[in-house]
Design a protein around this ligand. Sequence first.
Ligand code: FEO
Length: 173
Amino acid sequence: MVSKNLEKAINEQVNVEFWSAYLYLSMSAHFANEGLMGFANWFKVQFQEEQDHSLKLMNYLIAKGNKVELKPIEKVDTSWESIIKAFEDTLAHEKVVTGQINNLVSLARSENDYATESMLQWFVNEQVEEEEAVQGMIDGLKLIGTNGFGIYTMDKELAQRTYTPLNSTVAGA
Ligand code: FEO
């Protein structure tokens, strides 16, 4: 079992990851409404990945004999004034998540809970990838600026992104 302290903190992170999923699903719907189906697809994959993050944490708690507690998911924004603003909001949010993951690692370390620290290492690495990917999107969008053909081409490219399940069943967590 993990400590009550860690159980509470991991359950809070489960909620954060579901909130992230909800945010990206909202962004996906927003872009679909705007006719930007590639951007909508990119955020839909993001939504699916975030659900996997929640499941991975939940499955870890279950595997350790701890209690999963799903909490209400807070409201998210439903529209963005520009494409780049959605990605800037995404990056800002991912940086918050990175800080939360780091806090979880610190807590696990302070309790000498090496199994939890090891499980969390996956999230540490994932956050580096996520921040890098979103920063790359922002850089690309800055280069494109208001060029309609650039946006059109990027939208077509993002339509190709596919979701790869994390295999986060209890056995595979
Ligand atoms: Fe699961 Fe994007 O943090």
